[in-house]
Design a protein around this ligand. Structure first.
Ligand code: ATP
Length: 355
């Protein structure tokens, strides 16, 4: 048997009655609700105010019921209602962001996956310790501007979408740079970005074995990032700045990508290392996660960030991707979550995937 994440008391109601797959009405909720419906679960959407109208346009992605709260943090006073509905919360980026990582971790409602991972992802320092000790290649980090020996990206903590990130071609270009808050100076990696959508199942005994379970690759995307992605049209950053435009990396959309097949072993190795180390550090990451990295011209994949839950880039693949089609037809990440819950419940192993 594997590692129990959730207590018997927390999980017991979901053993007696089928869970209601629950998430915040945003981000990747359509495919989460669609996946729940496909696997025969009821679903519940948490929203503020009236249920969002856009669900009317997507009947297969509409939750069966809504819970309206005045503000997202006020979910904390509705936990009895959620538990009465046997809610199983599925974290996504907006859900964790709007509620706060700390509050999310403390909610007395069952959560899909290991809620301990939220604390490791929310803290950039802890995330770096995790990835580096797993042997994952990351961009260099410079303790001060005087150490810089190439192009750098200056990142502010909690920048959200890379707002205010500063790029410098070299040490000279960094002279006179006045940081406006806590930040890190990181090697600017030249290459091509890939956002790799993995799913780790601790209960599967098929496929690419990692730990006691298996690692699946379900898709890959690249983010469209305004206004930096268009910046080549205007020329170099100086020209952007001269035009009074601060480059940002605010995500506006996603495009599907595939990796050269010969590079798949490398990204699987990165995914496996991240999972194996997570098992040692905090009992393991369960379910969806995204490895965000840059493939250099030397074909080295340098990871600048991981997201330890479903990412919005998976919205591209509601009916499958070039990768998930080779795992199972019509497999979205949302459906994969529901499937994991269904299989864990049938095998009496819910505590390994719910915390
Ligand atoms: P979010 O939380 O929205 O994912 P963030 O504020 O955590 O963003 P990152 O994800 O670290 O910021 O970076 C945002 C973008 O900046 C990346 O998607 C990528 O385009 C670019 N970027 C980040 N780190 C590097 C790097 N070391 N070299 C080159 N580009 C980078």
């Amino acid at each position: 048997m594997g590692i129990d994440l959730g207590s018997a008391a927390l999980v017991a109601p979901l053993v007696e009655r089928a869970p209601t797959i629950t998430t915040l009405c945003s981000h990747s909720s359509l495919q989460i609700f669609h996946g729940a419906r496909t696997e025969g679960f009821r679903s519940l959407g948490v929203c503020t105010g009236a249920p969002p109208r856009f669900y009317d346009a997507f009947p297969l992605g509409r939750p069966d019921q809504f819970l309206s709260v005045p503000t997202i943090p006020e979910i904390r006073s509705h936990t009895d209602e959620l538990n009465r509905a046997t809610a199983l919360l599925v974290p996504h980026g907006s859900f964790v962001e709007y509620l706060g990582a700390d509050a999310f971790q403390k909610l007395p409602v069952p959560v899909f996956g290991n809620r301990a991972v939220i604390g490791w992802e929310a803290d950039r320092e802890k995330e770096r310790v995790w990835l580096e000790s797993a042997g994952v290649r990351m961009p260099e980090r410079y303790a001060s501007a005087s150490e810089v020996d190439g192009p750098v990206i200056v990142k502010y903590y909690g920048a959200k979408g890379g707002k205010g990130f500063f790029l410098a071609k070299n040490r000279k270009a960094l002279e006179g740079f006045k940081p406006t808050g806590p930040h890190v100076i990181q090697e600017y990696v030249l290459g091509t970005r890939y956002y790799v959508h993995f799913f780790y199942s601790p209960i599967s005994d098929r496929g690419y074995r990692v730990g006691r379970g298996s690692l699946e690759l379900l898709g890959m995307d690249r983010r469209d990032e305004a206004n930096i992605d268009e910046h080549y049209k205007l020329g170099a950053q100086e020209q952007l700045l001269n035009a009074g435009i601060r480059p940002t990396f605010v995500v506006t959309g996603n495009v599907p990508v595939v990796l050269r097949e010969s590079l798949l072993p490398q990204v699987f190795d990165v995914g496996a290392r991240i999972v194996e180390r997570s098992i040692e550090l905090f009992g393991g990451m369960v379910g969806p996660f995204c490895v965000e990295g840059i493939m250099t011209e030397d074909l080295v994949f340098k990871v600048f960030e991981i997201s330890t839950r479903i990412v919005a880039g998976t919205n591209l693949f509601v009916s499958g991707s070039s990768y998930s089609d080779l795992v199972r037809p019509d497999l979205s990440m949302g459906r994969r979550i529901a499937l994991e819950v269904k299989e864990a419940r049938a095998a009496g192993r819910l505590r390994e995937v719910v915390s």
